[in-house]
Design a protein around this ligand. Structure first.
Ligand code: FAD
Length: 406
């Protein structure tokens, strides 16, 4: 098969799928592309759903592109029609509507699904998750009507929802089983700062709690059993993480291990099928370790790598990971991956509520976490991309802008 013989089918119209459409259209391949979307809206941005969208009833979803753009690029959209089966031998995808699409090359950009609480029935009127626009619309009206909100899980999405609900004046409790917030993602310095900030804003954050059970009646979650005590529930938000959407890949016999396993060109165990974004487990540049990232940066940059692979160009994925989160008055930004071991150095910011934590392995700068310090974040990305490592003492001198080391 020639590298770009038609057609190219992309499954999933999220960040990665939308970005890949852009890259393929730029390469003049739009007319070969079919974008299969389980959701009915045109591809839209997810980050605002837990931020501006939740806060303001007048806010609408932010589209990546207008419908006319896809038409002009020659891209065929299949909206509100999920892919339900792959036939790798026939090179076809079957959609829920019964449509069968042939493909020369296929890209899985199926994202991730919100994790549910084990044993809790679906569809309870006062239980919410947040993954897509429909969830956000429902949650916005639930928050508006709620007297108090309990968020299970002190991860990014749970804390963003907690911060937004608190800013709307609602009493909010966050229940986290780990001894600190954001334990898997940020350093203890940042986790502690986030905890203090949320508590100062009036959020009741409880750490190290165990949810032992729950009571369901009349289609509602009535109570949670927390550390052996019965706590009645008004609105319950589940912010306990997401799982890669790999059902199609698994059913088609592709290798999956916490994500669809891909190589550095983002090819799955079937070279005619790629996987990108939240759904894939990719090798970290220069090593064998695989990881899965849930971030806009990763979805966008992997889409660009996939576009190159689809055109027969070998451009291994090696982008610098970066991430942001907005939680009430906090703007957290990370560049690079936090190392398991190393040294940490604090760089003060312009105000006590603004600082960065620089992580070194030996003398090498590998990661920078910034709180309300967007310029430090931008400059850190430049430093890390250029492989530059200013000495910690110099880099942590607040009077010297990080820009001077770039
Ligand atoms: P998604 O954007 O999730 O898109 C996957 C799409 O595939 C979905 O539309 C899904 O319906 C569709 N799909 C799945 N299965 C099928 C099928 N069988 N057939 C057809 N379609 C299918 N990241 C940041 O960096 N910063 C942030 O501040 C931030 N905030 C976030 C806030 C929220 C509320 C959420 C949910 C995520 C946030 N993220 C943030 C993460 C970021 O949005 C994701 O990493 C990014 O959307 C991943 O893109 P994706 O295309 O891989 O997956």
């Amino acid at each position: 098969m020639t590298p770009h013989s038609s057609p190219i089918v992309i499954i999933g119209g999220g960040h990665a799928g939308a970005q890949l459409c852009g890259a393929l259209a730029e390469a003049g391949l739009g007319a070969q592309v079919h974008l299969v979307c389980e959701e009915t809206p045109l591809p839209y941005h997810r980050p605002p759903l837990s931020k501006a969208y939740l806060k303001n009833p007048a806010e609408t979803v932010q589209l990546h592109r207008a419908e006319a753009w896809y038409a002009d690029a020659g891209i065929t959209l299949h909206r509100g029609d999920a892919a339900v089966a792959l036939d790798r031998a026939q090179h076809t995808v079957r959609l829920a509507s019964g449509t069968v699409l042939p493909y020369a090359q296929l890209v899985l950009a199926t994202g991730a699904r919100a994790r549910g609480l084990h044993g809790l029935p679906d569809g309870l009127a006062n239980v919410a998750v947040l993954r897509n626009a429909a969830d956000a619309e429902r949650l916005r009206s639930q928050i508006g009507a709620a007297e108090r909100i309990t968020v299970l899980g002190g991860g990014f999405i749970g804390l963003e929802i907690a911060g937004t609900a608190r800013a709307l004046g609602k009493p909010v409790t966050v229940l986290e089983s780990a001894p600190r917030l954001l334990g898997r993602s940020v350093s203890a310095d940042i986790g502690d700062h986030v905890l203090q900030t949320h508590r100062a804003a009036g959020i009741d954050v409880r750490l190290g709690v165990a949810v032992g059970g729950f009571e369901v009646d009349a289609g509602r979650l009535q109570a949670l059993h927390v550390d052996g005590e019965r706590k009645t529930v008004d609105l319950q938000v589940l912010g306990i993480g997401a799982m890669p959407e790999e059902t199609l890949a698994r059913n088609a016999g592709l290798d999956c291990a916490n994500g669809i396993v891909v190589d550095s060109l983002l090819r799955s165990s079937d070279p005619d099928i790629l996987a990108i974004g939240d759904c894939c487990s990719f090798p970290l540049a220069g090593g064998d370790r695989h990881l899965r990232l849930e971030s806009v940066q990763n979805a966008n940059d992997q889409a660009r790598t996939a576009a190159a692979t689809l055109q027969g160009k070998e451009q291994p994925y090696a982008a610098l990971p970066w991430f942001w989160s907005e939680q009430g008055a906090l703007r957290l930004q990370m560049a690079g991956l936090m190392p398991a071991e190393g040294t940490r150095h604090r760089r003060p910011g312009a105000t006590p509520a603004s600082f960065s934590v620089l992580h070194y392995v030996g003398e090498r700068l590998v990661c920078v976490e910034s709180v309300n310090a967007p310029m430090d974040h931008l400059m850190s990305r430049k430093l890390l991309e250029a492989g530059k490592s200013p000495a910690p003492a110099a880099a942590c001198d607040a009077a010297t802008p990080l820009k001077s080391f770039v």
